[in-house]
Structures are given as C-alpha cells and as structure tokens.
Ligand binder design. Structure first.
Ligand code: DX5
Ligand code: ZN
Length: 208
C-alpha cells in the first residue's frame, strides 16, 4: 500500500509557523493539525484563528481533541480543513456528527483513544474517510509509542475498512514499519519530524 506521511505541526515552532510548514511540504502528503481544548485533553494548542494564517498546498487533516467538536466545524473548514477527525469518545451520536462534517463540506474521520476498541466504529465504517488509531494518550507530542495498539490497526483492516488508516503518537521510522505491517497507510508524526536535523530525510524514512 502506498504510504502517506502526515507531519503534525504540534512540534513546530509556532512563532514561525509558515516557515515551519514550508520546511516539511516537499516530502509530505498531508498536514496534521492537532486541535486541543484543555478539556477533552489536558492541553490547549490553537484553533481556527491561528490556522487561517497558515499557507500550505497540502491537504489538511484536523484532529479535534475537543468536547462538542461540532461547534467549530464551519470555522475549521473556512480555515482550510479538508478532513475533520472527531474522537469517538466525544460523540454520543457518532453517525449524526459524521453527517455534520459532510454537511460542513469536509471529509469525515474518527480517532480512537488507546482504551477504545475497534468495534466502537464498526457501525460507521461506511461513512469514514480516515481512522486514526491513537498510539499514545492524546494531549502531547513526544510520548512513547504503544506497541499494543498494533493489533487494533490490523483488526480495522480485518473489518473490511479500505480507507485511510494509521497511527498517531510516537511514530518514527521503526514504528512506522510495524504499523504498515498491520495495514496502516497514513503516518502522522510530530516530534520525529520536527526535531530531526534533516526533516525531509525523516519524512522519507516514514515511507518505509
Ligand atoms: C497527540 C497528537 C499527536 C502528536 C504526535 O495528542 O494527536 O498528533 O502531535 O506527536 P509525536 O509524533 O511526537 O508523538
Ligand atoms: Zn494528532
């Protein structure tokens, strides 16, 4: 399967965000944008008012680590989001929320925390463009990869899901290969890319 690399700007220098994005663009397929509200996760990142100033040619995935994520769907689409990824744990009516993403003009995705099973998304697989399997507890970049999440990725493929799917958290060249072996085709990574001396080489190494 063709691997897509998706650097997360959470480890970028926010003081010069456009330069930072330009530095990774040549070897990237998608820009991963981590939105955190200080409530769903114990950290606050940034929102649409920041992202509307970010210039990029890359498609943008917004990973929404917030409660009631639907409140800002329109703002995120206006800011440049192509795909909106909500947490299963934040949505009681998951199908309804995914419908709202489509209505807002974006592609729908879901993210699942380490303690959440693959079965939790079984009923909505037909709607999904992307499944993001958290391989750390969401909230911070720079944490260690949870290898026990690898079977969950395989399980999602075994359920017949053929869309984009991949890990988020602790991804480097070695862990990316392990995830690809379990059917993952999108590699989201923050610190491994942005802390690398040669960011473009780091991105290439994620392709396996
Ligand atoms: C974690 C975020 C991740 C994070 C990844 O809550 O969703 O996207 O930025 O960071 P690394 O790759 O450093 O683990
Ligand atoms: Zn993320």
């Amino acid at each position: 399967m063709n691997i897509k690399v998706s650097p997360s700007i959470l480890s970028a220098d926010f003081g010069k965000l456009n330069e930072e994005v330009a530095s990774i663009e040549p070897e990237s397929d998608i820009l991963h944008v981590d939105i955190m509200d200080g409530e769903f996760v114990p950290n606050i990142s940034f929102g649409a008012p920041v992202m509307k100033w970010v210039k990029t040619q890359l498609p943008q995935d917004y990973h929404l680590m917030t409660v009631k994520p639907w409140r800002y769907f329109d703002d995120f689409v206006k800011a440049g989001a192509d795909r909106l990824i909500v947490h299963v744990e934040a949505c009681d009516d998951l199908r309804g929320v995914l419908g709202q993403i489509i209505d807002a003009g974006a592609k729908p995705g879901v993210a699942i925390k380490p303690a959440t099973s693959a079965e939790s998304i079984k009923g909505v697989l037909d709607l999904l463009d992307y499944v993001l399997v958290m391989t750390v507890e969401p909230g911070f970049s720079g944490q260690s990869f949870m290898a026990n999440m690898v079977p969950k990725m395989q399980q999602i493929r075994d359920m017949g899901f053929a869309g984009d799917m991949g890990p988020d958290g602790g991804i480097d060249d070695v862990n990316a290969k392990i995830c690809a072996g379990a059917g993952a085709n999108v590699m989201a990574a923050a610190s491994y890319v942005f802390n690398a001396e040669d960011r473009l080489a780091a991105l290439r190494s994620l392709r396996g």
